[in-house]
Design a protein. Sequence first.
Length: 397
Amino acid sequence: MAEEEKQVTRHDVEESRSLFTPFNMIAGIFLIVGVILAFKRFTGGLGAVTNLDHNNPWGFWIGFDLLTGVALAAGGYVTAACVEIFGMKKYHAALRPAILTGFLGYSLVVFALLFDVGRPWRLPYPFIVNQGVTSVMFEVGACVALYLTVLFLEFSPAALEWLGMKKVRKLAIRLTMVLTFLGVILSTLHQSSLGAMYLIAPSKLHPLWYSPYLPVFFFVSSIAAGLSMVVFESTLSYKNFRNKMDEEHKKSRNAITIGFGRAASLVLAGYFAIKIFGVALGNHWNLLFTNMGLWFQVEMLGFVLLPCFLYAIGVREKNVKLIRFTAFWTVLGIVLNRFNVSLVAFNWQLPMEARYFPSWMEIGITLFIVTVGLVVFRFIVTRMPIFYEHPEYSTEH
């Protein structure tokens, strides 16, 4: 009995220690602070936590939570298209993690909109009241809602395998190709439409970032973001969830990294070309050596052209470490671009005292939302067959 009591006590101590990991402690702080800030926002309104005003009605939450979040969640439709439509089955191991990342990313975008919209209970109004259906914002809202549904259905086989619901899982698998096509179509529409929202503000957005081709810029850059995010996410997942991966995931990891790095290099090269075409179309060469023009060059040379070359070098030399670093750098570049369009280059002509800068509470709520996503991601991948094939279905691929 004494020996059994010692074993139970030792087990309890080890379990309590596992709860007080650095991640759990930091995540706990962000969650507690976030809940407090959320209460303040929903009881006191936007003015209680944000620095938004009539000149700057769209701020940090739109720039990061919406524009950046949707772009970085593009790995879902990009990977699904590669595997299911173009038949690149060698990248199959990356599909479920990419779909999960996309599903959580879009879910968090909708969750974040509850904070950003002044009256969040009116989010479903466009579908019910049927007003403003010709608006670009309606198209974005409709496509995001539909694509979130598609992502849920694409992710459902993993959850159904975990729950042991074989018949429903079989039905979900049969819908794979249809869902993939729908996902690509809907993603093409709303990724580009996020850029189209800024077409109505030519006098507010700096000429180097404003272009009639903004929808094309946003769509092409989302492909680069999706490819890079898959590599970046796989790097972090391997470091933290290696014990949950089967041999297929571990063996195919480098091949996926090199393949996606090659594709990202080509996409970034095309993106750089059309961005320069946009400058030429507007004949804005004279603006390149202004203060804003120098910042534009930092974005284009440092976060588009540089990762394009680094990806190419990494693929040529099969240097997976360089490709993984470049993926991280490209993700930063996507964040920078979306911030430039929504914050830095927007209302650029206003005096500095009238310019918008987010409050610490806006940043705190965003950290809260990101932390929720990380906690849910960890919960799912430690329980469901995301990084490994379920034993009962391992022969299907």
